[in-house]
Design a binder for this molecule. Structure first.
Ligand code: NAI
Length: 381
């Protein structure tokens, strides 16, 4: 059975959906693999390494997709509307397409998949259950995003992170505020602590407090009876009263912070606006904000996708695709997520694809199958 690995064409995308390591394992599982020329270049996996692992390298998307039964992608296929060549139209009818297909923002593609009878699996929809952890792309990517956000902030800051006691006097440690203590936030805490910063953290989910404290962060509390916990470990949107109390608290802490890293997301909704222009004004000159939610609307007023903006002496880093700024590792773990999913879908004896449609993981990630949308809610939000 033929697997095609396409080169990612969307802006800012540097990752690839298979690495030489996973290609070798896919071939051992019984697949043959064709990789589009240059697909791994930005992640530092040259074509020669794919060939050495047993893959064919094809010069064009058409040749890569020839006879493909499974297509591995990082992001949704391009359309004319996105300003590129129409990749959906190139997908052979009936293929299994696997990637981070962004059903909430790319809902229009669902119709295209149905028209071409494509079985589309969107891995961001994997359930938060132990058995699904090996295919949890949100975790594998957010973890690296949280790490990289701190590295970017440390690089942009004109101060040192650790306290230094020198003959010329003491340098105070940097103060880092992290908003949102999910996977990215927790890794950001760990990274900032390793660099020696003093870390304060805020999240609406009560469960986050213990995790923050176990990593050595100080949890900032908002006085309220309201809980932000929603199903599956995710957060819900908070009431107006809560948002006002939260804003007052953030304003108080932000003025003393050198670095703010925002990671707050609500699935299927725009990111909550946590930092206003007024709060930015209250920060010291030279401070740095990294808005990891910039592509979902942004947690910080004034952040711009793909840009570094300077407001009142404060740098607001709106880098798009933060995991893509550490692409070798981001691709490695993403490709393993896909390998783990395909392993789950294989019948080991006959070495053929056998999707178990009763499996809750498959039911959660399936967007379309045999011309029908599998779960209306996924595309309609
Ligand atoms: P996420 O990426 O959806 O959101 C990031 C963080 O922002 C969350 O912690 C959320 O509570 C927070 N947030 C949302 N609105 C906010 C607001 N107004 N103010 C401040 N913070 C706000 O979350 P992620 O990274 O997906 O993690 C959510 C939870 O799921 C975590 O507890 C994580 O440990 C858990 N998890 C469990 C897994 C499993 O059991 N297999 C796998 C991955 C994560």
């Amino acid at each position: 059975m033929q697997i095609a690995v396409l080169k990612e064409k969307r802006p800012y995308e540097t990752r690839v959906a298979a690495t030489p390591e996973t290609v070798k394992k896919l071939i051992a599982l019984g697949f043959s693999v064709t990789v589009e020329k240059g697909a791994g270049d930005s992640s530092q996996y040259p074509d020669s390494q794919y060939e050495a692992a047993g893959a064919k390298v094809a010069a064009t998307p058409e040749k890569t997709l020839d006879k493909a039964k499974i297509v591995l992608k990082v992001l949704p296929p391009m359309t004319k509307k996105d300003g590129g060549e129409d990749e959906v139209k190139l997908l052979p009818e009936g293929t299994l397409l696997i990637g981070m297909l962004q059903p909430y923002v790319k809902a229009e593609l669902i119709e295209e998949y149905n028209k071409r009878k494509i079985t589309a699996f969107s891995l961001e929809l994997a359930p938060r259950i132990t058995r699904a952890q090996a295919i949890d792309v949100l975790s594998s990517q957010s973890n690296l995003a949280g790490y990289r956000a701190v590295i970017e902030a440390a690089n942009a800051l004109h101060r040192a992170f650790p306290m230094m006691m020198t003959a010329a006097g003491t340098i105070a440690p940097a103060r880092v505020l992290i908003l949102g203590a999910g996977v990215a936030g927790l890794q950001a805490i760990a990274t900032a602590k390793r660099l020696g910063a003093i870390v304060s953290v805020f999240d609406v989910r009560a469960a986050a407090k213990e995790q923050v404290e176990s990593l050595g962060g100080t949890f900032v509390e908002v006085e309220s009876e309201e809980s932000g916990d929603a199903a599956g470990g995710y957060a819900k949107e908070m009431s107006k009263d809560y948002k006002e109390r939260q804003a007052a608290k953030i304003k108080e802490v932000i003025g003393k912070s050198d670095v703010v890293i925002t990671t707050a997301l609500i699935p299927g909704k725009p990111a909550p606006r946590l930092i206003t222009a007024d709060m930015v004004k209250g920060m010291r000159p030279g401070s740095v904000i990294v808005d990891l939610a910039v592509e979902s609307g942004g947690n910080c007023e004034g952040s711009v996708v793909g840009e570094v903006v300077e407001k009142d002496g404060v740098k607001i880093l709106g880098y798009a695709n933060m995991p893509g700024r550490i692409p070798t590792d981001a691709s490695a773990v993403y490709a393993r997520n896909l390998l783990n999913l395909l392993t789950l879908c294989m019948d080991k004896d006959s070495k053929t694809l056998k999707i178990n449609w009763d499996d809750e993981i498959i039911q959660a990630i399936a967007l379309t199958h045999e011309g029908k949308t599998q779960n209306e809610k996924k595309g309609a939000v």
